[in-house]
Design a protein around this ligand. Sequence first.
Ligand SMILES: [Fe+2]
Length: 136
Amino acid sequence: MIFVRWVDEKYSVNIGEINQQHQRLIGIINEVYQAKVENQNRNTIAGILEKMVDYTKTHFQTEEELMAEHDFPELEPHRNAHQFFVTKVGEFSRKFSMNDDSIIEEMLDFLKEWLLKHIMEMDKRYAPYLNERGIY
Ligand SMILES: [Fe+2]
């Protein structure tokens, strides 16, 4: 079941590894959605959320290292945006683990909107900068 669909022309940053990671993140959001639609048990959903938190950290680290390595001037605000997202996902995950199932829909909407907007507005700012430096 698809909740977020990857659209190459809209979301590609022209960097293979980053595109793959973004697609994987979208895949995990879809897993949360599917688990909810299928009324999977709490442990299953909690497990997917944990995977989301872990993978998000890995992905943000990849981006931040690339930006740092190439002296991208907007690293700091970008890092702050990532930190905001990690905090929010951690909060949702904690609320869910305290038996608050009602947050799932709000969380799904947040994940989808934040991630797509972040890719299109912030990630697309480093994309041409890194492309110019031979990173694809
Ligand atoms: Fe980013």
